[in-house]
Design a protein around this ligand. Sequence first.
Ligand code: GRF
Length: 202
Amino acid sequence: MNIAVLASGNGSNFEAIARACRKGRLGKVVVKVLITDKEHSYVRTRAKKFGIKDIFIDPARFSSRRAFEKEIVKVIEKDNIELIVLAGFMRILTPYFVRRFKNRIINIHPALLPVFRGTHAIERAYKRGVKVSGVTVHFVDEEVDHGPIILQEKLAMKEGEGLESFEQRVHRLEHKIYPEAIRLFCERKLKAEKRTVRIVNR
Ligand code: GRF
């Protein structure tokens, strides 16, 4: 089963997925292509290291978000992609794109949705003094960080823990649960029913 990863930055989640695949932990999943909107993103270096095709699509070349997304659609259709994995893709997708791939786009968010939606979620949770935070993988719908939740895992704040350490632990957790969510999708074990996702035969 072919998947595409869309990312804009560092790409540590991309790498975790690529590595899980290489180790055979994701069954028949193939990371077919990385698509990025940032020419100089580090995630491209990671893709090259894994020998995964990486495509840079420059948003500045297009007159609208929809035109930019149509270019992404072309790549996705050419490569027979079944699942689109957002991993730090710093663009809000339009309803056109989201509807076209309903329940075939997933995202990871570094907090326990529905709290701390949006950017800088780790820092905001930390500064808010939460005792427990975590990570969420969800299907993408037309609202930001809002679609049906697939997996969540929690993380307790340690007494006196610094932001950096907390951040690292959140990312480590992401790298564990994102490949797991992809595996479940690809084994067709996720059943989305309105806002609920049932996991069958886990
Ligand atoms: C992750 O924290 C993810 O939850 C958020 O963006 C960040 C991407 O990190 N959506 P990386 O580029 O995968 O290292």
